[in-house]
Ligand binder design. Structure first.
Ligand SMILES: Nc1ncnc2c1ncn2[C@@H]1O[C@H](COP(=O)(O)OP(=O)(O)OP(=O)(O)O)[C@@H](O)[C@H]1O
Ligand SMILES: [Mg+2]
Length: 442
């Protein structure tokens, strides 16, 4: 059926597409007939049929030229008309397409003129503002879905009128029932074909869900941080308890043992050379065990830190580190009294311990620099090594629990920890923790 219609339509000439060409041909034919008639009636020449079908050669040339001009003019005009029709159709199509996009956009959209009158809104805007479209159109924009920036120089519309090309702000908008909605508003100029500013197009993205998720995320992060800090406190208390128990139980037992060995030695006659020798070895072993126990205790609960302060504890830790690893260490502990309260001192000390452990285990360094500065409001510790340098992905790795623990310790006091790989070589750890001037921090 369809192919039948198509077949029939090809029999006729499309008048819409070729109308002016046909008019040109028609005018040419009329001109030819008129010219023939004029020759008979005005110039009294031989009969009309001969003028029509067999005019003089010069006459044929003249008529053909004029008829040709008619036809060419018809074709040219037709071409212009056709391309204009095509442009109109394309523009109509684009307008419909734009109107559909505007109407069905997931974001609320509004167009205002230069005097801030609303000239167009989409359905989403009407729903978001809680007003009907008829109530909105013609109203001033600052009366519909208004926000705290309306009427201020920061108003995105004012900025667009000041020649900005795009303004994006995060603001809270008020609906007709007084409820507030957090939105991201993007304003762009609405220009005419000659580039003059006609108005402003605004796009409102409702970010209520995003804001809620952000709040929940911040809350849950805060809780996790509190939990981590609490676990650190419990861990330190547990370490201190174990240290005390080791000190009381093992320390006393070892002291008693040493005294007993001493007593036996005194009782032994000098002739019992083998037994005397044995008591000397036992005594040395007990001494070695006592130092190991002391080392374990000070690792668990750094008494030195509580008795002599952070700088002393750090110096002692560096001595131990140099003795154990043979790595050269330069210290700059500044001249000021650098000891903050116990909790902060312990946090910095534990970070320092982890930093040295990491250098021993991973850095392949031969030299370490340690600096501790107290500027009155913050305490900053900087530890640099000249080793192979930490890799970027290890820094952000969720499995780098040592680094995460250091960061959390710093964060729990409102401070921060930055680890960088130097351009040449090595790794630098900088921890900054705020302190109270009067020592009333908590
Ligand atoms: N000073 C350093 N130089 C080179 N690489 C380092 C340095 N410090 C840390 N790293 C790298 O960062 C990684 C993460 O360190 P992190 O302290 O978090 O974990 P770890 O030392 O491997 O294990 P642990 O949980 O016992 O501390 C290390 O495995 C190591 O590859
Ligand atoms: Mg580590």
């Amino acid at each position: 059926m369809q192919s039948q219609i198509k077949k029939n339509s090809t029999k006729y000439i499309d008048v819409k597409r070729f109308g002016l060409v046909l008019i040109g041909i028609g005018l040419g034919v009329i001109f030819w007939i008129l010219e023939s008639a004029i020759h008979v009636l005005v110039f009294q020449q031989v009969d009309f049929m001969q003028q029509l079908y067999g005019p003089e050669p010069h006459e044929v040339w003249m008529r053909l030229t004029i008829v040709g001009m008619f036809v060419v003019f018809g074709m040219y005009s037709q071409m212009i008309v056709n391309s204009r029709r095509k442009a109109e159709k394309t523009s109509q199509f684009a307008n419909i397409e734009l109107a559909q996009i505007f109407e069905t956009a997931a974001d609320a959209m509004r167009v205002v003129d230069r005097e801030f009158n609303v000239i167009r809104v989409n359905e989403t805007f009407s729903t978001l503002s809680g007003m009907r479209r008829e109530e909105i159109i013609g109203e001033k924009c600052f009366k519909v879905l208004h926000g705290p920036l309306c009427g201020t120089p920061d108003c995105p519309l004012a900025q667009i009128l000041d020649n900005e090309n795009r303004v994006e702000i995060d603001s809270e908008k008020t609906r007709s029932d007084g409820s507030k909605i957090p939105c991201i508003i993007t304003a762009t100029p609405f220009r005419g074909p000659d580039g003059t500013l006609i108005g402003i197009v605004e796009d409102f993205k409702d970010i209520t869900d995003r804001k809620k998720s952000e709040r929940e995320l911040i809350e849950s992060r805060g809780k996790l941080r509190d939990l981590a800090a609490h676990l650190q406190v419990i861990r330190e208390q547990e370490r201190a308890r174990i240290a005390h128990e080791i000190h009381d139980e093992l320390g006393q037992a070892l002291t008693a043992l040493k005294m007993d060995v001493h007593w036996i030695r005194r009782k032994l006659p000098e002739s019992e050379f083998g037994l005397v020798e044995k008591t000397i070895t036992m005594s040395a072993l007990i001494d070695g065990t006592v130092s190991s126990v002391q080392r374990i205790i000070s690792k668990l609960h750094p008494r030195l830190l509580y008795d002599f302060g952070l700088s002393a504890a750090i110096e002692w830790q560096i001595d131990e580190f140099v003795k154990r690893t043979g790595i050269q260490c330069d210290i700059d502990l500044g001249s000021v009294d650098i000891d903050p309260d116990e909790a902060r001192s312990l946090a910095i000390y534990r970070i320092f311990q982890e930093t040295l452990t990491n250098i021993t285990r991973h850095a392949d360094a031969t030299r370490v620099r340690v600096g501790l500065i107290n500027n009155g409001t913050t305490i900053e510790m900087k530890v640099s090594d000249n080793g192979k340098g930490i890799s970027g992905n290890r820094l952000s790795d969720s499995q780098s629990f040592g680094i995460i623990g250091m960061r959390e310790r710093a964060h729990s006091f409102g401070g921060n920890l930055v680890i960088t790989k130097a351009r040449g070589e090595g790794t630098t750890v900088v921890v900054t923790i705020p302190i109270d001037r009067n020592g009333e921090d908590g």
